[in-house]
Design a protein around this ligand. Structure first.
Ligand code: GRF
Length: 189
């Protein structure tokens, strides 16, 4: 196992940013070798370029016939760059079974709830609607069943009176930014 990682992201990329910053600060022993985004306007693309990540790709889903072919293209990039860990950081695409099977126990995800509560695409909204008083985030391995792989670590936050989606998500993200670089570090050392 080497320390090279691939990060897959679709959004603003704050988790990618904190991993890069932790590496820069000597707190995370990983090396971000590849960043793949499925959205041309993902903030993560610019963050990766600014940090001089060696291989930065926008892979356009429209150029592929199906999910399997798209994922094969991504897998080929990751394998060519010899990455031993794939870190999903706000990657809003379901991965195909064949992609997941070709990287057993090598794909991590961060999810904005205390799994197994609130699996799925709107964990923050679902937690608010359920009226829970504690929520948080979970780093887990990715398996074929959505948001159900082995839990590696969790952090919790209070849900406060008057919280909306944004205030709760911001509180959860503060914790994400602490735990994700730590877990990545533990897995590459
Ligand atoms: C995070 O809240 C994460 O839990 C979820 O997607 C969001 C990504 O945020 N999977 P960012 O793009 O890293 O800022």
């Amino acid at each position: 196992m080497n320390n090279k990682i691939a990060v897959m992201a679709s959004g603003k990329g704050s988790n990618l940013q904190v991993i890069l910053s932790a590496i820069q600060a000597g707190e995370c022993a990983a090396k971000v070798e590849v960043v793949i985004c499925n959205k041309a306007d993902a903030g993560a693309l610019q963050i990766a370029k600014d940090a001089a990540v060696p291989h930065v790709f926008y892979v356009n889903p429209k150029e592929y016939k199906n999910r399997e072919m798209y994922d094969e293209a991504c897998a080929a990039i990751i394998k060519k760059a010899d990455c031993s860990l794939i870190v999903l950081a706000g990657y809003m695409r379901i991965l195909s079974a064949s992609f997941i099977q070709s990287f057993p126990n090598q794909i991590l995800n961060i999810h904005p709830s205390l799994l197994p509560s609130f699996k799925g695409a709107d964990a923050v909204g679902d937690a608010l609607r359920a009226g829970v008083k504690i929520s948080g985030c979970t780093v887990h391995y990715v398996t074929e069943e959505l948001d159900s792989g082995k839990i590696l670590t969790q952090a919790c936050v209070p849900v406060l009176e008057g919280d909306d989606w944004y205030s709760l998500h911001a509180r959860i993200q503060e914790q994400e930014h602490k735990i994700y670089p730590q877990v990545v570090h533990q897995l590459v050392i």
